[in-house]
Design a protein around this ligand. Sequence first.
Ligand SMILES: [Mg+2]
Length: 129
Amino acid sequence: MDTIERAAKKFLEDRDWNRLRPSDLAKSVSIEANELLELFQWTNHELDAVRRDTAKIADIKKELADVFLYCFYMSILLGFDTETIILDKLRDASKKYPPSAVKDRGGKEPGTDAHYGLIKKAHRKRRSD
Ligand SMILES: [Mg+2]
């Protein structure tokens, strides 16, 4: 994480981009995320099929890196400890989606039914109570 943050910070400083507005970075995260999404437009291939598509994988890597970089830029310029905020969020997600609630669901492919929506709704209700 430190290696990436150092390189990203230097990249920003070398270009005097270390004064970019957070709103522009947030827009850029979204734009790059949509470029990633565009790679899947009109397709619905399963994980193994995507893994076998070497051209697609190369494109995914580039767009994913764009998303990561804009996220790092924002985190750096706002002075966040990137590793901490990611680990905090992962801890939250672990509570929200405990393995006992999501694993071994009778062979159902993850994310293909309303189960996750129900878990999310219950989690939000617990937080607001
Ligand atoms: Mg891009």
